[in-house]
Design a protein around this ligand. Structure first.
Ligand code: ZN
Length: 204
C-alpha cells in the first residue's frame, strides 16, 4: 500500500506558503511505514523543530488501475476518509531551497494520520461539495470545501495513474486547504467530514 499526496490543490493554501500555482498537480508519495497506527499518539520526531498539520480528504482506491480516464475514475473508489499530512515544515523549506526531494520532511514514520473509518461515497450527494475541517484543542483551524479544489478527485486519479499504477488499498491525500499551522506537544487534533468526527489524535 502506498499513499499518493497532492500538493497545492487549494488556491488559498498556495498563497499562504507563497508558492506558485502549478500548471499540473504536484505529487509526492508516503510509504506504508508513514501510517500512524490507529489510536496511537503522534510522537513528533527529533530531526526537525516545526511540524505542521495539513488536513486532507482521503480517497481509498478499490482496484488496480493505470492510465485511468478521468471519466471512469469514479469506478476506482468507493470510500472517502480524512487524514493529516504531517509535515516537517522547517526541513521541507531547507530541502525546497536546495531543490532536493521532500521525503524526509513529508514521508517519515507516522506522518500520515488516517481516519479509521471511511465513509461510502454514496453518502454524499456531490463529492465536489464536501466540507471538512480540523480542530486544534477544540478550536477550528482549517476548513475545506472540495468545490475549491484546483483538480477534482476524478482528475487527480486520471493524472496520478499516468505515473503510478494504483492498487487496491492505496490512498490519495487530495491536498490541504488554507490554515495550516504548528503542532505542539499536548495538542489534540480532531478531524471532521461535515459534522462527523473522523479522527482524534494527541501530539506527544
Ligand atoms: Zn499535504
Amino acid at each position: 500500500m502506498k499513499i499518493i499526496c497532492v500538493g497545492r490543490n487549494y488556491a488559498k493554501h498556495i498563497s499562504e506558503l507563497q508558492n506558485e500555482k502549478p500548471a499540473e498537480p504536484v505529487l509526492f508519495i508516503k510509504p506504508d511505514s508513514a501510517v500512524l497506527p490507529n489510536r496511537n499518539p503522534l510522537v513528533l520526531p527529533d530531526f526537525a523543530q516545526e511540524f505542521h498539520y495539513e488536513v486532507e480528504l482521503v480517497v481509498k482506491i478499490n482496484k488496480l488501475g493505470k492510465y485511468i480516464d478521468p471519466q471512469f475514475a469514479y469506478r476506482y473508489y468507493d470510500e472517502i476518509g480524512l487524514g493529516i499530512d504531517v509535515t516537517a515544515r522547517d526541513l521541507q523549506s531547507q530541502l525546497k531551497s536546495k531543490g532536493l526531494p521532500w521525503e524526509k520532511a513529508k514521508a517519515f514514520d507516522n506522518s500520515a494520520v488516517i481516519s479509521r473509518e471511511f465513509l461510502p461515497k454514496t453518502a454524499f450527494r456531490d463529492l465536489q461539495d464536501i466540507r471538512f475541517s480540523l480542530q486544534k484543542n477544540c478550536a477550528t483551524v482549517q476548513e475545506g470545501h472540495t468545490a475549491d479544489m484546483l483538480w477534482q478527485i476524478d482528475e487527480l486519479i486520471g493524472y496520478i495513474s499516468r505515473f503510478f499504477t494504483l492498487k487496491k488499498g492505496d490512498l490519495i491525500f487530495t491536498g490541504t486547504p488554507a490554515g495550516v499551522g504548528k503542532m505542539q506537544i499536548n495538542d489534540v487534533f480532531t478531524g471532521y467530514i461535515e459534522d462527523k468526527e473522523m479522527f482524534r489524535v494527541k501530539v506527544k
